[in-house]
Write a protein that binds this ligand. Sequence first.
Ligand SMILES: Nc1ncnc2c1ncn2[C@@H]1O[C@H](COP(=O)(O)OP(=O)(O)O)[C@@H](O)[C@H]1O
Ligand SMILES: CC(=O)N[C@@H](CCC(=O)OP(=O)(O)O)C(=O)O
Length: 257
Amino acid sequence: MKTWVIKVGGAVLNQDDAATELFKEMAKIATCHPSNQFILVHGGGALVDRWLSDAGFATAKHQGLRISPKEQMPYIIGALSGCANKQLMAQAIVANLQPFGCSLYEAGITVTQKLKALAQVGQCQVGKAGVLPELLAMGRLPVVSSIGIGPDGQLYNVNADEAAEAIASALGAELVFMTDVEAVLDKNKQPIRHLNAEGINMLIETGVIVGGMEVKVKTSLRAAQCLRRGVYISSWQKPENLSFLVGGKHAGTQVTP
Ligand SMILES: Nc1ncnc2c1ncn2[C@@H]1O[C@H](COP(=O)(O)OP(=O)(O)O)[C@@H](O)[C@H]1O
Ligand SMILES: CC(=O)N[C@@H](CCC(=O)OP(=O)(O)O)C(=O)O
């Protein structure tokens, strides 16, 4: 059995039926290629932005990570582990899948504070695989939010790309980041097929890769090094890319160690 960790950016929730189409592709793959199984890890950054702004909070990011003061955590947790997680489960059910919503703790990932200056931003420690193998064996689709609980009993906000990397590393799974662009783009806005450490450093230094994509390529590279194989960045706007990847074909940008 091959396990695929699919990370979707929260923007998938802003487009009607986009997540349902992705789930339908997973359901199709489960029928045509039954030796593949999926775990979905999701973000929800845009939703968090909206909830914080509606509550009258200002929010800021440092190198793509949201500074997460304790007083903002109820809104961050509510948006990610509540609203985004349950909305995605609902769309998976429409696609005839059997989702099981959970956060990083249930997925076996331990979280600690990343940096004092970032407040409740967490970083993952690869632990045991938690209940994910059992859920997969039961035919369920784990839908994992990036909220973590530390051994200190504190709640943490983890960047969802890093959360997906930790889960894929714990399980030795394939990893695909599905975002809102078809691939990493070069300075002429053309898709890049392959990236390695050298290319990534150059594109970050020259300001071609910025913001959320900077976190994503760095996380992809770390994951590719740990998993010792390519990791893909593609778009949830092209769910068929998932079938291409499962079938061993190329789609989006492949990040190699
Ligand atoms: N070189 C680049 N190629 C593609 N996207 C880029 C690049 N640099 C920055 N970006 C931005 O990164 C975004 C994806 O990162 P992010 O918003 O964090 O995605 P997600 O929410 O899916 O994790 C794109 O929508 C784009 O605006
Ligand atoms: C620490 C940190 O930055 N957490 C992210 C978690 C959500 C996320 O990563 O969402 P996307 O995948 O949609 O960007 C945040 O609060 O926005």
